[in-house]
Design a protein around this ligand. Structure first.
Ligand SMILES: [Zn+2]
Length: 103
């Protein structure tokens, strides 16, 4: 089980590095080739620029959605944990606990 978890961590790290390198090199290609000697129709550099911009846009949207989903999931999980622990429960008030203060 530990070896399987370690293997999953390695695969996740490899995928993260691949995505980061794709974003980095696509951005570098766009920045360095934005002012090129364009041949007009069927320009290979323009085609590659469009592909790189599309890739950066897609990966950014996907990563942003994933980060938002993970953040919302963790917030919901923490709120559920607090509620289950009784922190957010109405029974923790003095009235809810039926504490008598006039003794
Ligand atoms: Zn071009």
């Amino acid at each position: 089980m530990i070896a399987f978890k370690h293997h999953r961590q390695q695969i996740a790290m490899l995928l993260a590095v691949i995505i980061a390198m794709t974003l980095l090199f696509s951005s570098i290609f766009v920045l360095t080739h934005l002012n090129h000697d364009c041949t007009g129709m069927n320009c290979v550099v323009c085609s590659e620029l469009r592909t790189c911009i599309r890739t950066v846009h897609l990966l950014s949207q996907t990563l942003g959605s994933g980060i938002l989903f993970i953040f919302a999931y963790n917030c919901f999980k923490n709120q559920a944990r607090k509620y289950n622990a009784g922190i957010l429960s109405s029974r923790l008030s003095l009235v809810g606990l039926k504490v008598r203060l006039n003794r």
